[in-house]
Write a protein that binds this ligand. Structure first.
Ligand code: ATP
Length: 255
């Protein structure tokens, strides 16, 4: 299908085409397409831009990642389809960042296809293709992780994750950074550092902040982050947009 660049929803339609193509290639499951729809709806409400609050969260996330002993980025089908290049770029900006295939709907073929997509984009040493450890307290298929990755991570960056797994990672004492457009999701609410922003915008903002900070910030403790405040600010941004919209379009001045 050909899209006109002049279409007012061009960017969003292009992303949909990309996801539909990834679904045909077996990277994304139908449930992933539905999850994308939920994300789109929240992005619409947020104005399809990174809010100042999300930018601050991305900067804090960069510092947490640089200071972590073993940071791991969890990748599902939607993340591989939409942001494989950004994942590779972030891995280059954060020394020691593990990248692990972590699927809600896992089949060995799908895990391999996602790993191939990541390698093609330049990701090194993709973890999680053959899971070798388990997260306690989750149903068996969703508990699988890599013994060299999430199992031993002190910090997990989890874009588009499901709430059960986010909560299970917290129970294991891992620091959790989420990327999720829904400030009301269980994942956003469980995270120590929720970034309420669109996936590719958030990964880009973290990468740029990590590059600016550089390796000199590596030593030191993780500074505290006010997660409830970040979520309240995201809801406030939605509230402000809806309030403006409810007032109707700006009046034309009468002549
Ligand atoms: P939870 O279990 O955390 O309450 P959920 O059931 O609402 O989450 P899932 O389907 O498990 O949602 O995960 C998808 C989440 O990812 C949704 O909250 C959705 O808003 C978000 N999401 C989808 N696409 C994007 C995207 N491109 N960028 C950021 N967030 C996204």
């Amino acid at each position: 299908m050909r899209l006109s660049r002049r279409h007012p929803r061009y960017a969003s339609l292009r992303v949909r085409l990309r996801l539909a193509d990834a679904a045909r290639r077996g990277l994304v499951v139908p449930e992933g397409l539905v999850a994308h729809g939920r994300g789109e709806a929240f992005d619409y409400l947020l104005g399809e831009r990174t809010t100042p609050s999300a930018r601050r969260a991305a900067r804090a996330a960069a510092l947490w990642l640089l200071r972590a002993r073993r940071p791991v980025l969890s990748v599902n089908g939607n993340v591989a389809a939409l942001a494989a290049d950004e994942v590779a770029a972030l891995q280059r900006a954060v020394p020691g960042l593990g990248v692990e295939v972590n699927l809600f709907h896992r089949t060995p073929a799908r895990a391999r296809a996602i790993a191939r997509e990541l390698r093609r984009a330049g990701v090194r040493d993709v973890l999680g293709v053959r899971p070798s450890a388990r997260i306690p307290g989750l149903p068996s298929d969703r508990a699988q992780v890599d013994a060299r990755g999430i199992a031993v991570a002190d910090l997990c960056l989890i874009p588009l994750e499901d709430g059960d797994r986010a909560e299970a990672l917290r129970r294991l004492g891992k620091a959790v950074i989420s990327i999720d457009l829904n400030p009301l999701s269980r994942t956003s609410r469980a995270a120590d550092l929720p970034i309420v922003d669109e996936l590719t915008r958030a990964l880009g903002a973290i990468r740029r902040a990590a590059r600016r900070l550089g390796p000199r910030v590596r030593d030191g403790r993780r500074p505290p982050f006010d997660a409830p405040r970040a979520l309240a600010e995201a809801l406030g941004a939605i509230d402000a947009r809806l309030t403006r919209a409810a007032r109707g379009p700006p009046r034309r001045s009468a002549r």
